[in-house]
Design a protein around this ligand. Structure first.
Ligand SMILES: [Zn+2]
Length: 140
C-alpha cells in the first residue's frame, strides 16, 4: 500500500508514516502478592502523506492551545470563587478539549481526510485484523 491512509490518494512519506504500537498479553503470573504481566509488542506502520501529517500536527497544537485558553478563562472566573480557582482551571482545561475536537473534525471534513485519533487508527485494515485477534492499541 503506497498511498496515504488518511486522505486515500496522496503518496505516503516515509518520515510521516505513523508507527502504531500494538500490544497483547503474552504471559501473566501471580507470584504470591506480586502480579507479573508480560506483553508482546508490534509496530504497525500506517502510511501517511506529508500534507495529512501537517494537518494532524496542527490539530495537536490547536488542542493544546484550546486547553490553555480554557484553563486561563477558568482561572479568571475562579478568582471570584474563594479558594476555588484550582477547580475552575481544571474544568476550563477540560472544556477546551471538546472545543478543539470539534474544530479538528471540521477541518478534517473540509479537507476530506481522516483524523489521527485511536478510533480512526483502529479502522486501518492491518490494525483492525490485529484487534480482532485480541491485540490492543494501548497497553492493557
Ligand atoms: Zn494524506
Amino acid at each position: 500500500m503506497n498511498t496515504c491512509f488518511f486522505c486515500g490518494h496522496k503518496p505516503l512519506d516515509d518520515i510521516c508514516t505513523i508507527e502504531q504500537p500494538i500490544y497483547r498479553l503474552k504471559h501473566y503470573a501471580h507470584l504470591g502478592v506480586v502480579r507479573k504481566f508480560e506483553y508482546e509488542k508490534q509496530l504497525i506502520p500506517i502510511p501517511r502523506c506529508r500534507d495529512c501529517a501537517a494537518v494532524h500536527l496542527k490539530a495537536k497544537k490547536s488542542r493544546r492551545y484550546c486547553i490553555i485558553i480554557g484553563a486561563s478563562v477558568g482561572f479568571v472566573f475562579g478568582l471570584a470563587v474563594p479558594g476555588g480557582f484550582i477547580f475552575t482551571v481544571i474544568i476550563g482545561g477540560f472544556v477546551g478539549i471538546p472545543v478543539a475536537t470539534v474544530q479538528a473534525k471540521k477541518r478534517y471534513n473540509k479537507l476530506q481526510i481522516k483524523g489521527s485519533n485511536s478510533a480512526t487508527i483502529a479502522e486501518y485494515p492491518l490494525i483492525n485484523d490485529k484487534l480482532k485477534e485480541g491485540w490492543k492499541t494501548k497497553k492493557p
